[in-house]
Design a protein around this ligand. Structure first.
Ligand code: HXC
Length: 258
């Protein structure tokens, strides 16, 4: 499938999706969001893929929703069109792990997109923010809900009300990102993380993703019960037999996603 606003490459069980609108700092327009949702769906359905790596350019992961595309819209347009609602639901439906590699600007919808990913590796030059307030709007892809869950109310309010940017170091301290690495090493380090995930059992990785995400949607008791059932069900897989046999035989496991 030929895309215009992203590139996709599958190598060694990792699908690397790169946002590719360099002239607009990867601003999220309708074309890009549609292509991204489609590429993620294809990666999820592709048996050769065990992990997705989502990245942008050195200058920007994404500088937010495309202001040029939004500026003239009225309430009826964004309400009836449900701007990016279907795309966000499609991204949330992806069951394989998604690693985000973030360099440069990660703002507005870009920051919200990073928060939809499972692991976020940031270069030490990354800048995170929810500057929608400076445009007379608020976040619309879940940022008012996911940012406080990640960083707490006080810092989330600071970000959403002032529109200031956070450095990568602050973002790591605040638990918005998983790890910070030197910007020059970001591509290699993030690829290594995705590769390590891709070496694991996909069945267990999908179960882990589903279980951790459930923590944000349910009570502790229900979440723990959900985890126990998934934990127990993994004992029905060949990968569990292989993983434990490999440990006992002191060799690397060969997972077959069965
Ligand atoms: C459209 C954008 C853009 C955006 C940058 N560009 N961000 N175009 N939408 N969000 C374009 C600029 O217009 C410019 O193109 C080119 O990218 C380079 O940007 P500059 O501003 O010249 O670069 P710089 O001076 O380095 O400043 C970088 C920046 C700034 C700080 C990131 O571009 C910026 O503040 N961007 C907007 C960030 C923002 O407010 N995001 C939130 C959007 S609302 P031209 O052609 O002019 O040279 C949102 C809502 C999500 O995300 C919810 C949706 C439902």
């Amino acid at each position: 499938m030929a895309y215009k606003t992203i590139t996709v490459e599958v190598e060694d069980h990792v699908a690397t999706i790169r946002l590719d609108r360099p002239d607009a700092l990867n601003a999220l327009n309708a074309a890009l969001m549609g292509e991204l949702a489609q590429a993620l769906g294809e990666a999820d359905a592709n048996d050769k893929v065990r992990c997705v790596l989502l990245t942008g350019s050195e200058k920007a992961f994404a500088a937010g929703a495309d202001v040029k595309e939004m500026a003239e819209k009225g309430f009826a347009d964004v309400f009836k069109g449900d701007m990016f609602g279907a795309e966000v639901r499609a991204i949330l439906a992806i069951r394989k792990p998604i690693v985000a590699a973030v360099s440069g600007y990660c703002l507005g919808g870009g920051c919200e997109l990073a928060m939809l990913c499972d692991v976020v590796i940031a270069g030490d030059d990354a800048k995170f923010g929810q500057p929608e307030i400076t445009l007379g709007i608020i976040a619309g892809l879940g940022g008012t809900q996911r940012l406080p869950r990640a960083v707490g109310k006080a810092k989330a309010m600071d970000m959403h009300l002032t529109g200031r940017f956070m450095t990568a170091e602050e973002a790591e301290r605040a638990n918005l990102v998983s790890r910070v690495v030197p910007a020059k090493d970001l591509a290699r380090e993030a690829r290594a993380v995705a590769g390590k995930i891709a070496d694991r059992s996909l069945l267990a990785a999908m179960a882990a993703k589903e279980a951790v995400n459930r923590a944000f949607e349910t009570t502790l008791a229900e979440g723990v019960l959900f985890e126990r059932r998934l934990f127990q069900s993994l004992f029905a897989t060949e990968d569990q037999k292989e993983g434990m046999a490999a440990f006992l035989e002191k060799r690397e496991p060969q997972f077959r996603d069965r």
